[in-house]
Design a binder for this molecule. Structure first.
Ligand code: SPV
Ligand code: MG
Length: 431
């Protein structure tokens, strides 16, 4: 009997999958691969059921010879082990990022005469509905909220990008890149106080009020499924912060990061150029523990941000605060720096990790931007936030366009740099 292999990366079996199995059976015995969670989340949406449940789902299908666990998006290990005569897949992998997978399989099979079978992708109303329902499920508060904790277990480092609108949310949600055989996408979204304020033409001084910040969260949530980390600035008065925690948790935000500053907060990247007051350890600990007391689920995280390095209070002060904040109940520590050299951040991480191997560390490498995610992960960092790069890339592009229209007295000269009208219309999915 010939061997036919297909890999499923799904939490629901619909007629498209059944069609693939039917087609596969015509060529031989069917082996179905189940992609691990770790591999699946590199390029697909987050699974709504876990790996064991997905295996069970496939096991219940008729006409399958065996199930194979596939732990990499690329098929090298599977093809080596199974040596299938055929690999069958929906023809959607002939273009887009998945084409790299098809090319890889084609090359692997060519070494011993194996063949690819491309089956026309089933995309009817029924399949569309199943797809939409899964997406809807992932966007629900109870699914979205816990996802950050799930990702912390599945990812070597959780990659987070700043969003401040529905449109930037869509970029965070949908951008998937294949590069050198590796797939990647962002895991989570950061609602930055700096960019949320900047988008409104306002300074980053806690002037944009919570009602407005929640409006931004809602705009993002409407069109995305990925988990949200909210920049809570100083958290405000403890008596107010407890209400913020409740509201964020209820709507499905996964974490709030609050910084240990008090009084008029200014953006940290000003450093010591402006007057900034650091909170006392006791007072900030009280804010953290008050927040922890009011939350209702195990999913929500309160992350304490330490400003000691920004304010040049020294490494010992930063480490002391980290110890105290964790003791007060913080679910994570964000350590910030505005130095170009990542040395002080890495020193903090190394020293903190000697004492504490569990508490997640968050960093925001805006200034120390030469360091890679892998290097950060080696030093025990769990979440990396690209806190303002989308805003900083959009602004100069828009400004240049405005200048050129004024210069040429028409828009023809800028057109080649613009997204085609057709593309911008189709960017937004219609229900
Ligand atoms: C933000 O994005 O608003 C932050 C990070 O708080 S930083 O601007 O680096 O302080
Ligand atoms: Mg901020």
């Amino acid at each position: 009997m010939k061997k036919v292999y297909t890999c499923f990366c799904t939490d629901v079996i619909h007629e498209g999958h059944l069609n693939i199995i039917r087609e596969a059976q015509k060529f031989g015995e069917v082996y179905v691969g189940v992609l691990t969670d770790e591999a699946m989340i590199r390029f697909n949406r987050f699974p709504t059921i876990n790996f064991e449940e997905r295996i069970k789902l496939i096991k219940e299908l008729d006409g399958i010879k065996d199930i194979v666990i596939q732990s990499d998006i690329m098929y090298d290990a599977i093809v080596k082990k199974l040596r299938p005569d055929y690999v069958i897949h929906g023809d959607n992998w002939k273009s887009g990022p998945l084409k790299a997978v098809r090319d890889n399989v084609e090359q692997l099979l060519s070494t011993y005469g194996g063949k690819i079978i491309d089956v026309p992708y089933t995309y009817n109303e029924n399949v569309k509905r199943v797809d939409a329902q899964l997406k809807e499920k992932l966007s629900m508060p109870e699914y979205r909220r816990k996802r950050l904790k799930q990702l912390l277990k599945l990812r070597p480092i959780v990659k987070t990008i700043e969003v401040h609108s529905g449109l930037t949310g869509l970029i965070a949600e949908k951008t998937i890149v294949e590069h050198g055989g590796e797939f990647d996408q962002f895991d989570a979204m950061w609602i930055s106080s700096l960019c949320d304020s900047t988008a409104k033409g306002k300074p980053d001084i806690e002037l944009v009020d919570m009602t407005s910040r929640f409006r931004t969260i809602d705009d993002v949530m409407e069109v995305t499924t990925k988990p949200i980390i909210f920049d809570g600035d100083t958290g405000g008065l403890t008596e107010h912060f407890v209400y913020t925690v409740r509201s964020l948790e209820r709507i499905g935000v996964s974490a709030v990061i609050i910084e240990d500053k008090t009084g008029l907060k200014k953006n940290s990247l000003f450093g010591t150029d402006v007057e900034q007051t650091q909170d006392t350890i006791e007072h900030f600990c009280e804010k953290i523990s008050s927040g922890k007391k009011v939350q209702l689920t195990e999913d929500f995280m309160i992350i304490a941000r330490i400003e000691s390095l920004i304010l040049e209070r020294g490494m010992e002060d930063a480490l002391n605060r980290a110890r105290a904040y964790v003791k007060a109940g913080a679910d994570g520590i964000m350590i910030h720096s505005r130095k170009k050299d990542p040395a002080e951040i890495l020193e903090f991480c190394d020293k903190f990790r000697v004492e504490d191997n569990n508490t997640p560390i968050v960093v925001v490498p805006s200034s120390f931007n030469t360091i890679t995610e892998a290097e950060l992960a080696e030093h025990g960092v769990n979440i990396v936030i690209y806190a303002n790069q989308l805003t900083r890339s959009a602004f100069p592009a828009m400004e240049q366009t405005a200048k050129d229209i004024l210069k040429y007295h028409r828009a023809k000269e800028v057109d080649s740099r613009l997204m085609p009208i057709k593309d911008i219309i189709s960017l937004i999915e219609e229900l």
